[in-house]
Design a protein around this ligand. Sequence first.
Ligand code: PGA
Length: 243
Amino acid sequence: MIIHIFDSQQELNQTGAGIITALIQTKPNAVLGLATGGTPVGIYEELVKNYNLGRVSFSHVKSFNLDEYVGLPEDHPESYRSYMNHHLFDHVDIQKDQTHVPNGNAADVDAECEEYDARMADVGQVDLQILGIGHNGHIGFNEPDRELTAGTHQVELKAETRQANARYFPSMDDVPTHAITMGVGSIMKAKSIILIVRGADKAEIVKRALYGPITTDCPASLLQTHPNLIVLVDKEAGRALVE
Ligand code: PGA
């Protein structure tokens, strides 16, 4: 595990985007595992800048997103498909049919999960998985539980996760109750993982994830066993790591 703690958001964003850019420069047909939420926004902004500067082309890149809400129309502004279009896909030369986000409106959600795993298996291995972490230690939408699931599956979101995401919706009642998420097995299969963590409110959970017991009560703690984990944190989130 390599941990970098940054004084500024800009440095963190440029470093994260730099790692992704360097990967695509050396492997133009790289497979990216992508995340949504507040955490990666600045990194996607820097990636778009790198694209506009001619440093990187996404024309042969494939991507798989971690998760999607169940029941939100695909073009709803808060769907993760809309998020990805808005923050990255609409601004670079990635082929949209090479971008994969679980279909949260599938008539048969279980069949969609199986198909998503099959599509991932078809391309082999994700080269680089981008991850955030929830305040409860979730990765993707793999919430703390007695058992975790390896493959893509449907989850009921915990109250604290819906609360954390309520800032994007008019009211709590509008926050979806269920989501489709890659499982921890799919996440851990990636060749490399970048975990990005920002803000004082994540300081304790990132410490627990990286140095606490490896337990399904904190799904991110499994990352301790990944052979190629890079952790990018701002100084607020990194506070407890240097104590
Ligand atoms: P956030 O979410 O980036 O919006 O904080 C991270 C997560 O819940 O995984």
